[in-house]
Design a protein around this ligand. Sequence first.
Ligand code: F0G
Length: 336
Amino acid sequence: MGLIARYRERLPFAPGDPVVTLEEGSTPLVPAPALSERVGADVWLKFEGANPTGSFKDRGMTCAVSDAVRQGAEAVLCASTGNTAASLAAYAARAGLRGAVIVPEGKIATGKLAQALMHGARVIALRGNFDVALRLVRDLCDRQPIALVNSVNPFRIEGQKTSAFELLEDLGGDLDALCIPVGNAGNVTAYWKGFQERGAAPRLFGFQAEGAAPLVLGHPVDKPETVASAIRIGNPARWEEAMAAMTTSRGAVRAVSDAEILDAYDFLARREGIFCEPASAASVAGLMKYGPDGCARIACVLTGNGLKDPQTALDRAGGVIPCAAERGALEAAVLR
Ligand code: F0G
């Protein structure tokens, strides 16, 4: 069941409204025994990489694109570090809408680019970073009858809040803290809305990459840089709301280095059997770095699938072992 069908009474859709869905949501909440032991808390992983296009963006996109169809839009547009682009492209294809995505040239992971292109979106590589792209698409959508489906669109937040509902349902309401990567700051805002609507208030710990940490520094970053390309953002659109959510919940926003992100990325793959993309590993890197802060049960949001970014994985992991097609050589290769 898609998330609009599952949570319709909590979403701004009436029975009979058009619904564009790929059966997103209802993602696995996986216990993390190795991580739990390492940090000394009961840690769970919300694997959003199991959504249809491989990231949490599908939760927001089913709502934003369904609303665009309801409004009679013919085209949908976004600026993106990759995942929003892939998700927009898929939902636009499903809805029969034209889709266009603006991405920072050379700075999005290969899998995301392949998805956006395969789904037939117009992919525009901007000579500028995400922040510049978002400014330009907002301006364009003010002047043209095109629906903007970045997380400045309230329907994105509505859809993404449903992950908080699922967490509370799966854990029987027993959750002390949430660790989450923060880029444009829509997702942390959405979780807080979801928790509040259910009368819950876990502490929200947001993590930014050190080279792209405007919320930690308290000012925009002109030239954000990080290996976690999904969160390479210097001026988040939902700045105030995200800060309010983290402060009100008695949480915090903190920075993790690229090395710490990649350590957590390795740890998840090798010890928990879960392959997420680097940006997602920022949540776990933060938990490993700063500790559970007195929280007994913690959920880390793994926002995107590791398959999105094969290059970072291949650069990181050991190489393959060449082998002659012959019994002795194979035995040596396997057993060595
Ligand atoms: N993790 C992943 C894998 C993402 O793709 C993003 C954002 C985030 C975390 C941060 O979420 O922006 O709501 O704070 N990706 C956007 C995109 C910006 O264009 O795909 P946020």
